[in-house]
Design a protein around this ligand. Structure first.
Ligand code: IPM
Ligand code: MG
Length: 373
C-alpha cells in the first residue's frame, strides 16, 4: 500500500500542464503515493451542471489531501449560456468549485508564501520574503448575497439608520453581498499566522484590515489579533489599513514578514505580493484545515495557453513543496525547494514569462534532475 493517498484534480486549461510538472518532481523525489484523479471544472459544469460533482467530494473525503491545478470561472450569465441545451433555463447557478471546497472542507487557512529566489530576473527586489495568511471560508466570500433585495431582508435592514439613504431606491436596483466575520475564524487565522511566525523565527505579523471604515468586521479581526498577539511577546503585531498596505508593499516590501487578512483583502494583497516575486507563475498556496488540505497554484487556467506547456510551473512546484511539508515529508519538501532554487539560480531553463523558451515540462525536468543529482 502506498503511504499517501492524494486526490489529483488537474481541473481546466493549464492546470493540466502544471500538474504533469508536479508529477515529474514527485517521481524524482520517489514520493510514495497513490494519485486518484477526480473530475472538476468547466467541462463538468457544461455537461452535468455542476463543476464539482458529488463523486469528487466523496473522492476528497477518502484521501489525505488534494493537489489541484486550476479552474476556469465565468460570471453567472456567461456560465449559464455554456450549459448543454438540456440543462439550460433550469435555474442552475455556477459557483466556483475551489471556493466550495474551501468552505465544505473547512480549509480555513490559505497560506501564500511569496519569496524572492536568488537569480529570478522577475523579482521586484531580491530581499522579499513574505507569507500571506488569508482567511479562507467567510468574509465577502461567504456567498450570502441578494439581488434583488428580498422584502424581508429589506424590512430588517430598514431599522438601521444608515439605510435611510437607500429608502427610495427600488429593491431591483439594490444588490447586497454580506461580509460575514466570525470570532472563531478571526482567531484561527491570526493564531495560524503567529504560530507560523514563531516556528520560522519571523519578527512581525501585520494584520491588514480597514477598521477605521468597516468598523464591525474589520474591528472584530483587529481586536482578536491584539488579544492573540499577547501570547507571542517576541513577535510584533503591526496593524495596517489595506489601502496603505498596497502602497507600503511597493515602497518597502522587504520590511514585512507575515501578513494576515480576511478573505477578500487576502485575495487582493496576495496577487500584489506574488507580483513582487515574479508574478502568478510564482504564486503558490496551501488551503489548510484541521484534518484536510488542498494545494494549488493561484494562477488561473489561462485557457489560451491550455495544452501548450508554456506556463511557468514554479507556482505548482512550490505548492507541491507545501503539500510535502504538510504531510510531514520534510526532507522531500526541502529537496524540492533546493531543486527549485538551483534551477532559478542557474537561470538556464526558463519559461517565456522569465524571458526563456523552455516548456513547462522542461522546467520540471530540470528541477527533477537537480533532485536526482
Ligand atoms: C485565488 C483565486 C480564487 C479566489 C478564484 C479563482 C475564485 O483568485 O485563489 O486567489 O478568489 O479565491
Ligand atoms: Mg486570487
Amino acid at each position: 500500500m502506498p503511504k499517501n493517498k492524494i486526490a489529483y484534480l488537474p481541473g481546466d486549461g493549464v492546470g493540466r500542464d502544471v500538474m504533469e510538472a508536479a508529477r515529474i518532481a514527485l517521481d524524482a523525489l520517489k514520493f510514495d503515493a497513490q494519485f486518484i484523479p477526480g473530475d472538476v471544472g468547466w467541462e463538468f459544469w457544461c455537461r452535468e451542471g455542476d463543476p464539482l460533482p458529488q463523486r469528487t467530494i466523496e473522492l476528497l473525503k477518502n484521501t489525505d489531501c488534494c493537489l489541484f491545478g486550476a479552474i476556469t470561472s465565468k460570471p453567472k450569465e456567461e456560465a449559464a449560456k455554456e450549459l448543454v441545451p438540456e440543462l439550460q433555463n433550469k435555474g442552475l447557478v455556477y459557483y466556483s468549485p475551489i471556493v466550495r471546497i474551501r468552505q465544505e472542507f473547512n480549509l480555513h487557512t490559505n497560506m501564500r508564501p511569496c519569496k524572492a529566489y536568488p537569480g529570478n530576473p522577475l523579482n521586484y527586489r531580491d530581499d522579499i520574503d513574505l507569507v500571506v495568511f488569508r482567511e479562507n471560508t467567510e468574509g465577502l466570500y461567504a456567498g450570502v448575497e441578494f439581488h434583488p433585495l428580498p422584502d424581508d431582508v429589506r424590512r430588517t435592514l430598514s431599522q438601521h439608520p444608515k439605510m435611510a439613504r437607500f429608502e427610495k431606491i427600488s429593491s431591483e436596483d439594490i444588490a447586497l453581498s454580506c461580509r460575514i466575520f466570525t470570532r472563531g475564524a478571526c482567531q484561527s487565522i491570526v493564531r495560524d499566522a503567529f504560530e507560523y511566525a514563531k516556528k520560522t523565527g519571523r519578527p512581525s505579523v501585520t494584520v491588514v484590515e480597514k477598521p477605521n471604515v468597516i468598523r464591525e468586521t474589520s474591528g472584530l479581526m483587529i481586536r482578536e489579533a491584539r488579544k492573540i498577539a499577547r501570547d507571542y511577546p517576541s513577535i510584533e503585531l503591526w496593524e495596517t489599513n489595506v489601502d496603505a498596505m498596497c502602497m507600503w508593499l511597493i515602497k518597502n516590501p522587504q520590511d514585512y514578514s507575515v501578513l494576515v487578512a480576511s478573505n477578500m483583502f487576502g485575495d487582493i494583497i496576495s496577487d500584489l505580493c506574488a507580483q513582487l516575486v515574479g508574478g502568478l507563475g510564482f504564486a503558490s498556496s496551501g488551503n489548510i484545515g484541521d484534518d484536510y488540505a488542498l494545494f494549488e497554484p493561484t494562477h488561473g487556467s489561462a485557457p489560451k495557453y491550455a495544452g501548450q506547456y508554456k506556463v511557468n510551473p514554479m507556482a505548482m512546484l512550490q505548492s507541491t513543496k507545501l503539500m510535502l511539508e504538510w504531510l510531514g515529508e520534510t526532507s522531500k519538501a526541502s529537496a524540492l525547494e533546493k531543486g527549485i532554487a538551483a534551477v532559478l539560480e542557474e537561470g538556464k531553463v526558463r519559461t517565456y514569462d522569465m524571458g526563456g523558451d523552455a516548456t513547462t515540462l522542461d522546467v520540471a525536468q530540470a528541477v527533477a534532475d537537480r533532485i536526482r543529482s
